[in-house]
Write a protein that binds this ligand. Sequence first.
Ligand code: DGJ
Length: 733
Amino acid sequence: MGIRYDGKARVFALDTPDSSYRIGIIDEEGFIAHLYYGRRVPDTDLRQILRVGFDPAESFARTGNQVKYAGTLPAEYPAGGTGDFRRPCLTVETVSGARDAVLVYRDHRIYAGKHRMKGLPAVYGTEKECTTLELDCADPVLGLEVTLSYTVFEQLDAIARSVSVRNPGGEPVRLTSVLSACLDMPNRDLDVLTLHGTWSSERMQNRRRLVWGKQGIASLRGISSHEENPFLALLEHTATQTQGQVWAMNLVYSGNFLAEAELSEQDQLRLVMGIHPDGFAWTLAAGECFTAPETVLVYSASGLDGMTHTFHDLYRAHLIRGAYRDKPRPSLVNNWEATYFDFDTDKLLSIARKASESGIEMFVLDDGWFGKRDSDTCSLGDWTVNEQKLPGGLKRLSEEIHRMGMKFGIWMEPEMVSPDSDLYRAHPDYALKTPGRAPALSRHQLVLDLSRREVRDCIYAKIHAVLSSAQIEYVKWDMNRPLTNVWSAELPPDRQGELYHRYVLGVYELQERMLTDFPDLLLENCCSGGGRFDPGMLYYSPQIWTSDNTEAIDRLKIQEGTALVYPLSSMGAHVAACPSHTNSRVTPFATRGLVSLCGCFGYELDLTKLTAEELAEIPGQLRAYAAYGDVFRTGDYYRIASFAENGEYDVLMAVSKDRRRAVLVYVQVLSRQKRPVPVVYPRGLDEQLCYRLSENGEKHSGAGWMHAGLPLPQMKGDFLGRLMVLEAEEEAE
Ligand code: DGJ
């Protein structure tokens, strides 16, 4: 496993437990071809694939058919303008206006471990866990140097790719696109799978046939977005949850992106991912370097299950960091849907008291505690406590909460400024806006220009002061609008194309500073619900608020789509009030608890308004979270039945890594009374072990449950749920 270079064949062989990746230097000029990515193979040299359009005995650059070949050659990192008319990864503009580029091989290094990416989130691993290849290439005419980095994980079918471009000297070069990864392969019968959505309906699975031409997803909102997630998978058309080949990419980035599959007229498939070229241009002066964000590639020969497990394992152990990486997350109550802006200390403490009596571990104070913020029309940027609402400030409130035996957390939205704020009145230029035009408002607010150090320092000083003012163990970092009027007072005209990316780097820097100064803090990112649920954010916060839609039945689909890529341990999931504030649906309290149980569990309602029966259910829900939370947090997740697909019921399952315990969450959305109960087929059990079903004490071997099936319990009514546990006992006969 790991990475080898076969100097004779001039092929780089990257191998993971079940996948192989091959890069070949295929002619004297050093053209770098992509030879293979797929199921593990013993061969190093797989250049037979080049015969599709090119005779490898010829020189690519010298042949009179260079342009023709360029369109059929599978390229490892294509540059634009010299005959490959598919989407290029690297495009440039020189001082003279020339736009063509060609990259050829120069050198390489292979080493154990992985270097950190300065200022950017990225997966990490020790020298024992991963190996890295750095492949240097260059455009001799432009004088540009490009390093393609690949990190291969020993235990996981994942490869992390990134790209750096350097201008060692001479004239400045304008980079007009630097995509992070490319995957060329011959056409086969494939589907495209992406996660599509909107506010309150994020990450719906969208699977369709791959067709001719370009098809893909993108965000140009300055955030990874509710609308499209930076994830794209290609699947064999026949692939299912459990079988078939899947090639997936996920961008470790929280801003504009492009993910695109292209089936060319030459029957070649190209998949690319990276920062969206629209609105992007980065000038590289002599001596400067640009690093594009990392893309994670995952290959699975065992359908979506295999892909999901690899992403979950990789992100839990090699992306998420900090004090809470391997720890249970505290159950919490958040006052947002309980009070919105209408609260005072007494109100908050009355909720907190009920929470503490019920055994909830943390109280989170949401929006509305600062400035004069009694609505969303003002005060963002004025991060000083409103003493009229909260006499004694956060300190007193935090002390009261801690006296009740709970942790204390707060909400902030550091990236924003309200026009009606002291900060904006003092520094109107701190907001993104173009000269002479009134900036577009969204939720009455503007976006701070976090590309500017001065602005970041100003905001960070405020964050630091707030977090130092009281015992605060958790921050919900919110971000409630897309970027518009993207112009910075500090950047020269020819560098305004850098602003989107510099903004994202600014967000990362702020979060890194905060976590460095407050290492025990539990950070939960949020973006109007799930508008920035991406691997970039996961590098800073082990959990992310999944959606503002807290209604249990809608959540089934949202959480299913999210869990396709992101670990259950990263999904904020709360029990909310009924009728639901999102869609007015009324569901049983128990079902709401069940749907939230698989994520970072909490409550988002006024506990003082619950009925005695509902209140009495909370300790049981918390006991279930304490008992089974670890299986969801650390185990293998299986999608057993999908309400999104069948329209009637939903079953998810998590199996502990030692396979001795499995937890199934069953939600009967629509009643099936007087019809046979559905039979589901659990997965991931040990065939040899004997498992006892908590429902009725029935015992069968793992093989028996998985192959003969598990009939779901009969329930009368809509929106009902059951938690079922399969616990291993003695060995099966
Ligand atoms: C949007 C978030 O998603 C909500 O949970 C809440 O924190 C509000 N913002 C507060 O303004």
